[in-house]
Design a protein around this ligand. Structure first.
Ligand code: DGT
Ligand code: CA
Ligand code: CA
Ligand code: ZN
Length: 575
């Protein structure tokens, strides 16, 4: 059993304990233990099996949790979990994913109506029964119905980073099969889409077929959905992510990669172009229609070339004008991860981050960055222990002191300042004026009417100290839709004021999406790709932000943090 799977059981149990209304202190210790297990560099299963191994040596693991871990490793569960599962079926955990319902409400719903599935919940809401429970009303009923709709829309999809990590592990594993030369992710993963339905892997080499047998033996494989001569499908991991593995002859690898990368709409448009030019295009190659002679298929490049097109980067293949642009030789030169010179949104232990300023600075330097902005939360975010003016000013001094310890890295003093309900900034201008970077973000009152939210953002943009609008739509992938506002109006104002839009690279946000990026760029807006790191490891999420920028047709010139440290201040300045 892998550490991540053990951690998942602990998190699940903590959630069940919360539904059961158990001691918050104990619940927290389970969650902390889960986090410790998740990030522990050695395999817990090995330590537990070793008679000399001491699990309590792991920070965050006491005697109680050590015993729990031993049980998990031995039999895949432990007593507290068994008891809770007897009381609340595992489907009750699904209810926690519905926005607006906390564990207390779920316990109440279970007691009164035996609600344990999403379908039960939907019925209870439709029948107007939810509002009859204490402290619940008609408004909540509507909210819950809306989030059920979102939940159903997202069901079976996965965040990009999760699919990416699972795919990377499998690629490494399958590559070790004798006779296999390469294992390549295709589909939405290769296109860098923000959520992934299933992972598509293409295997080729002199003798690729044995990769299928090896795939179904992969330790993380659960249910095997199909296994044929050329393709196998299975669900992997505790969440049941589907993976399709196809083995291919090397001669048709290019056409298969092209076909299975998609998108479907791109493929349809490309195939129509081929037909118009007297060709047939399939996953097996590009053929002359009159005599079925194959004229391309070994590489993607030659297929596009024979169709009089420049090779199109996968991130653009959504049939949004990329084929026309390729035909006319006006595909954009897209931004790349290597262009990025620094990160302008990062948190520390002063608020809800997990690392200190010097730890974050070290990690930024190890990434090869020239600069890092420390941007902790402001006081409105009390839950995150946000900074008031006094603490912010002290932190600025601290950042300046640490700066001397990091030659070669410019440490910028910044803040992620809340945009209050009325559009004013959460910190006074005198404090904001001392900062190099002010990221303004909405974290509260996200259910406002569109017109009010528009006014709120317009007012915030007018603040002369605001440099960057953070995670501009507020969406949480698979969990919460963007809050509504008049995007045209707000982006026009951002362009006028010279406020940059953030491309938040955190995998659960990936905010903005490609269509909004293109729309903003057309208005002359420039962007900052930021990780919003709450941990040194999060700096690595920059690659996902870069993928979003590429999907939005952006080049390095559109992105402020491709500038050198010397050019940054001028590029950041408002108009
Ligand atoms: P996903 O898995 O929902 O995140 O999205 P994709 O794009 O990975 O879709 P998937 O896995 O169903 O199929 C992979 C690629 O295979 C898809 O992007 C294009 C190609 N493909 C699948 N079905 C069709 C089809 O009916 N027609 C065409 N032209 N291409 C298809
Ligand atoms: Ca797919
Ligand atoms: Ca697929
Ligand atoms: Zn934020």
């Amino acid at each position: 059993m892998e550490n991540k799977e053990i951690a998942a059981l602990l998190y699940q149990t903590a959630d069940l304990m919360e539904i059961a209304g158990e001691d918050p202190f104990r619940i927290r210790s389970y969650r902390n233990g889960a986090a410790a297990v998740e990030s522990y560099p050695r395999r817990i299963a090995e330590i537990a099996a070793d008679p000399e191994g001491d699990l309590t040596a792991i920070p965050g693991i006491g005697k109680g949790l050590a015993a729990v871990l031993k049980d998990i490793v031995a039999r895949g569960s432990f007593e507290r979990r068994d008891v809770l599962l007897e009381k609340y079926p595992p489907t009750a955990l699904e209810l926690l994913k519905i926005q607006g319902l906390g564990p207390k409400s779920i316990a109440l719903l279970y007691e009164h109506y035996r609600v344990s599935t999403i379908d039960d919940l939907e019925r209870i809401c439709r029948e107007g029964l939810l509002r009859q429970l204490p402290r619940m009303g008609e408004k909540l009923e509507l909210k819950v119905l809306r989030s059920i709709e979102l939940y159903k829309r997202s069901a079976g999809r996965f965040l990009l980073d999760y699919a990416d990590r699972m795919a990377a592990e499998l690629v490494a594993y399958l590559s070790q099969t004798p006779g296999v030369e390469s294992v390549t992710p295709a589909g939405s993963l290769r296109r860098g889409k923000e959520t992934i339905g299933d992972v598509d892997l293409l295997v080729t080499g002199p003798d690729p077929a044995p990769a299928l047998a090896r795939f179904v033996e992969y330790p993380r494989v659960g249910e095997v959905l199909a296994k044929g001569e050329n393709k196998a499908s299975a669900k992997i991991g505790p969440e049941g992510l589907q993976v399709d593995v196809r083995v291919l002859d090397r001669s048709s690898f290019g056409s298969a990669l092209q076909y299975f990368t998609g998108s479907k709409d791109h493929n349809v448009a490309l195939r129509n172009r081929a037909i118009r030019m007297g060709f047939k295009l399939s996953e097996y190659g590009l053929f002359r229609a009159e005599d079925d002679t194959r004229i391309a298929g070994t590489t993607e490049e030659e297929i596009y070339l024979k169709l009089n097109l420049k090779w199109i980067p996968p991130e653009l293949r959504e049939n949004n004008g990329e084929i026309e642009a390729a035909a006319e030789g006006r595909l954009p030169a897209l931004v790349e991860l290597t262009h990025i010179r620094g990160d302008l949104h990062a948190h520390t232990i002063a608020t809800d981050g997990r690392n200190t300023i010097p730890e974050m600075a070290d990690a930024a330097r190890a990434t090869g960055y020239q600069y890092l902005a420390i941007t902790d939360h402001s006081k409105a975010l009390a839950m995150a222990n946000g900074l008031d003016e006094k603490r912010l000013v002290a932190q600025i001094a601290e950042i300046h002191r640490f700066a001397a310890d990091f030659p070669g890295l410019t440490l910028l003093a910044g803040c992620e300042c809340d945009i209050r309900q009325d559009g004013s900034m959460d910190l006074d201008n005198e404090a904001l004026a001392q900062l190099d970077v002010v990221v303004g973000s909405v974290h509260s009152y996200m259910n406002m009417e569109s017109a009010q939210m528009t006014d709120r953002l317009l007012r915030a943009l007018e603040n002369p100290h605001l440099t960057i609008l953070g995670h501009p739509t507020g969406r949480l992938l698979l969990r919460r839709d963007a809050f509504p506002y008049d995007v045209e109006k707000v982006f026009d104002a951002a362009a006028r004021c010279g406020v940059h839009l953030e491309i938040n690279a955190s995998p659960e946000r990936l905010d903005l999406s490609s269509n909004l990026l293109r729309m903003a760029k057309a208005k002359g807006i420039r962007f900052v790709i930021s990780t919003d790191a709450h941990h040194v490891q999060h700096l690595e999420n920059m690659k996902y932000g870069v993928l979003m920028a590429r999907r939005g047709w952006l080049g390095p010139e559109d992105i402020i943090n491709t500038r050198d440290a010397s050019g940054l201040p001028a590029a950041l300045r408002r108009k």
